[in-house]
Design a protein around this ligand. Structure first.
Ligand code: ADP
Length: 497
């Protein structure tokens, strides 16, 4: 493997490029019209233009990605997360073109991409499942009978679901018909597949997931858990490792179950097995994500293992050097997803320009981002600006470090989830680890953000204005190759604002 094309953008493209460089492997970035000057383009050895800003005309166009490989001679593709990362057909096309796909087999991706099929597969490997249906449902009468059997409340889910879409909670039999209709419609429009199924709704669950690594020779290990219960709209905002609720016995049981899930689909590569854990300590398999996860850095911090390097080594056919018994949890890591969203306004996505962007520094602070000051946050993609990770010897110290780091982080030009993070780090029930997936709904009051951010915002606004008025200049710098089909081909731009 001599040259990796990263079929992604933003922080994850930067993240992959960094590890590849450390391994002495050349990198190729791809970019859309909106990302011409993006950090991932600057950091890669070469960059190829793949189309207009909307991802379905650029980052998702398989032919353009493969053409970029051909043009640059890239012999491997890392898909990152999102975009084409869980597209089995893409993985197949890549392999057919003689390029190494840094990820699992198309078969594993396909099997785990279906919530219904994956449940069937793991059931044979003794993995506990949330009580519910094993088949897709369309008939309301049948659904009603099953729901009676399970007992309300129940959850209707889309088999092809993701990102919390197509999920409906039903509290009473009367609501089932209309909710089911809506779930089917939502699933059809979002995923082109209207199959839904029913699960028992666990009222106060924690979301606990396990990091998996498997090589192509049948060795599979887990790298412990991540607690991802702080969610809004069924989507994670804060993750940490380890979880406060897992004792060594439960950790071992869940870890074994996670390894079994991976075995059930002949998994290789890095993957994540998601569970929900109820108040009594019972855990149930939710799904497996067959790619690198957004929150993978917290696992890297507590294990010292670079997951991207492991992915690359596995894709090269190497045998895992790490043994399960060698792994140890060291310290505690917390990640805050810094989204361009307004926490005071129901986490509504924001657009705008990073007039001021200054990241925190210092011991135990890691910022994974793909942006620079002066850059606009495009509306076309995920609104995540960065991931702020704080690491220290234990949870209490990691929380204090996160609080300090958020205080140092300066973003002006658009609203972000930073004030929410600051609020969270001061909550006594978060400090005591008393959390579940409803934490934000139950405890978060946007009015409390005023106190957290007012003073800081005023200072940031003044600094930003000063900066913007006095220092706004762009320098053009020579650098790596950019293939964008335009006249001035060999150029690299860097914005010094
Ligand atoms: P998606 O693939 O859309 O993200 P998941 O199945 O991973 O869907 O679930 C996302 C989140 O929804 C979980 O983290 C959890 O908060 C909630 N959830 C999923 N299934 C259940 C359930 N049976 N009971 C309660 N909450 C659930």
């Amino acid at each position: 493997m001599k040259k990796i094309l990263v079929a992604n953008r933003g922080e994850i493209a930067v993240r992959v490029i960094r590890s590849a460089k450390e391994m002495g492997i050349k990198t190729v970035a791809v970019f859309s019209e909106a990302d011409r000057n993006a950090l991932h383009v600057q950091l890669a050895d070469e960059a190829v233009f793949v189309g207009p800003a909307p991802s379905n005309q650029s980052y998702l166009v398989v032919a353009n990605i493969l053409a970029a490989c051909e043009k640059t001679g890239a012999d491997a593709i890392h898909p990152g997360y999102g975009f084409l990362s869980e597209n089995a057909d893409f993985a197949k096309e890549v392999t057919k073109a003689g390029i190494t796909f840094i990820g699992p087999s198309p078969r594993s991706i396909r099997l785990m991409g279906s919530k219904i099929e994956s449940k069937k597969a793991v059931a044979e490997f003794n993995v506990p499942l949330v009580p519910g249906t094993a088949e897709a449902l369309t008939d309301v009468k049948e659904a009603k009978e099953i729901a009676e059997g399970i007992g309300y409340p129940i959850l209707i889910k889309a088999s092809a679901g993701g990102g919390g879409k197509g999920m409906r909670i039903v509290y009473e039999a009367d609501e089932l018909e209309s909710q089911m209709g809506q779930a089917i419609r939502e699933a059809t429009s979002a995923f082109g597949d209207g199959s839904v199924f029913i699960e028992k709704y666990i009222t106060s669950p924690r979301h606990i997931e396990f990091q998996i690594l498997g090589d192509q020779h049948g060795n599979i290990i887990h790298l412990f858990e991540r607690e991802c219960s702080i969610q809004r709209r069924h989507q994670k905002v804060v993750e940490e490792a380890p979880s406060t609720v897992l004792d060594p016995t439960l950790r071992q049981q869940m870890g074994e179950a996670a390894v079994n899930v991976a075995k059930s689909c002949g998994y290789f590569g890095a993957g994540t097995v998601e569970f929900i854990l109820d108040e009594t300590g019972k855990f149930y398999f939710l799904e497996m994500n067959t790619r690198l996860q957004v929150e993978h850095p917290v696992t890297e911090m507590i294990t010292g293992i670079d997951l991207v390097k492991e992915q690359i080594k596995i894709a090269r056919g190497e045998t895992l050097e790490i043994k399960q018994e060698d792994l140890k949890i060291e310290g505690h890591a917390i990640e805050l997803r810094v989204y361009a969203e307004d926490p005071a306004n129901n986490f509504l996505p924001e657009t705008g320009t990073l007039i001021r962007y200054q990241t925190p520094k210092g011991l135990g602070v890691r910022v994974d981002d793909g942006v620079e000051q002066g850059q606009a946050i495009p509306i076309y993609y995920d609104p995540m600006i960065a991931k702020l990770v704080a690491y220290d010897i234990d949870r209490e110290a990691a929380i204090k470090r996160m609080d300090r780091a958020i205080g140092e982080y300066e973003i002006a030009g658009l609203k972000t989830t930073l004030p929410f993070g600051k609020w969270l780090m001061g909550q006594s029930n978060f400090l005591s680890g008393d959390i579940d997936t409803h934490f934000i709904e139950k405890h978060f009051d946007a009015a409390e953000l005023q106190n957290v951010s007012q003073e800081k915002m005023e200072v940031a606004a003044k600094v930003a204005l000063h900066h913007f008025l006095n220092n706004n200049r762009i320098q053009v710098k020579q650098g790596g190759a950019v293939h964008d089909g335009s006249e001035n081909k060999w150029r690299r731009r860097r914005n010094h604002v």
